[in-house]
Ligand binder design. Structure first.
Ligand SMILES: [Zn+2]
Length: 371
């Protein structure tokens, strides 16, 4: 059994994602379905979206602790048998968090440690490595990077300094675009935002490519990966750790914070991916790129519900020939449960605009198909 159920579901998702809508009728049915799902999910959300978790400031913290001003102290938490996650501050990169705001994770094997997304720069990486050593003194034997954004992988540099031959796995698109300029762009963004990028160059790029449905065993731990053609970006790897039934979703899933979609993203692709994972999996742990890990309902429902509201309200505006800025206040009202999410005010309107652009592209594709 090479291919797991989780990966066949990712395949299905992307097959359907590439088929353009053929008629207004199909679109209408799909929207009605989405609306029904979104309404259910919003009800669930009301009860589960609590205050955004921030590690409380530990006034007894010692000099060796990883402490970031008002954000408090960060440690790896044991999530199940052999998986640990350090949940970073649920905010964008800034001077006070020093560029640490993602969720580095450890999978412990018999003889070593496997790291997922070690963090956003060399200096943060050194702090995180010190925390890794508090969990176990075993060597780091592999690293996974979920996608191209530097806040997830620039800390590879701290790992390669200590383990120069470690295998770092990522999707080939991630490796390609990072080397072709994306890493430099992210270096600029994070350097200006945090002032803490010293030592991060030369970049420690991933060294091994993994493609959609690849499965690898590392010291008895089995990982299978899925690559959604286009979702958060077109460089993502979704990593399934079979032994512990843990799914690392990278930034295809966020909680408590909204990131950004860019020209390499698809909001519809992100929705289709999460719908499929929601309907076809029941794992012990889902780890988002930002925000707290948890069960499927705790993690996937809030973000998916958000994206579905954008799809429904965006479609209504699109059909009425309105621009996204004309309806954003209305949409905000429908999302009153998430106004505490970091960057909601800034990013929601641009996400709405993005999905409406995708609607236009879909319509054009459908017209081309009919000709
Ligand atoms: Zn990202």
């Amino acid at each position: 059994m090479k291919k797991t159920f989780i990966l066949s579901l990712v395949t299905l998702t992307f097959l359907s994602a590439t088929q353009p809508q053929n008629s207004a009728e199909i679109m209408k049915d799909a929207l009605a379905q989405m609306e029904a799902i979104a309404n259910q999910v919003i009800d669930v959300n009301k009860s589960i979206v609590k205050k955004i978790p921030v590690t409380p400031l530990d006034i007894n913290s010692s000099a060796s602790d990883f402490t970031l001003g008002k954000y408090g102290t960060f440690k790896f938490e044991k999530m199940n048998d052999n998986v640990y996650v350090m949940h970073g501050p649920v905010v964008g990169p800034n001077k006070e968090n020093r560029g640490f705001m993602n969720n580095p994770a450890i999978v412990e094997s018999k003889n070593g440690l496997i790291i997922v997304d070690p963090g956003g720069n060399y200096n943060v990486g050194k702090k995180i490595l010190a925390e890794v050593e508090k969990i176990s003194k075993k060597p780091i034997i592999a690293v996974f990077n979920t996608h191209k954004h530097g806040d997830h992988w620039f800390a590879n540099k701290a790992i390669t300094e200590k383990y120069p031959n470690v295998n770092i796995y990522a999707h080939p698109n991630m490796i390609k675009v990072s080397k072709e300029g994306e890493a430099e762009i992210w270096y600029g963004i994070l350097s200006r935002g945090t002032g803490n990028l010293e030592g991060t160059k030369e970049f420690a790029y991933p060294t091994k490519a993994l493609n959609h449905l690849d499965e690898i065993e590392i010291d008895g731990q089995i990982f299978s990966v899925g690559h959604p053609d286009v979702a958060h970006t077109n460089t993502d790897l979704i990593i399934f750790h079979k032994n512990s039934k843990t799914l690392f979703l990278g930034d295809n899933l966020m909680k408590g914070r909204l990131g950004s979609f860019d020209e390499s993203s698809s909001v519809f692709g992100n929705i289709e991916l999460l719908e499929k994972i929601k309907s076809d999996t029941n794992l012990t742990l889902y780890v988002p790129g930002h925000g707290f890990s948890g069960t499927k309902n705790e993690t996937i429902d809030p973000f998916l519900s958000y994206l579905n509201v954008l799809a429904i309200e965006g479609q209504k505006a699109y059909d009425d020939d309105l621009e996204s800025y004309e309806v954003k206040e209305e949409v905000k009202k429908k999302l009153s449960w998430m106004t505490e999410w970091d960057a909601f005010e800034k990013n929601m309107p641009s996400h709405l605009n993005k999905i409406m652009i995708e609607m236009g592209e879909r319509e054009l594709n459908a017209e081309d198909d009919e000709e």
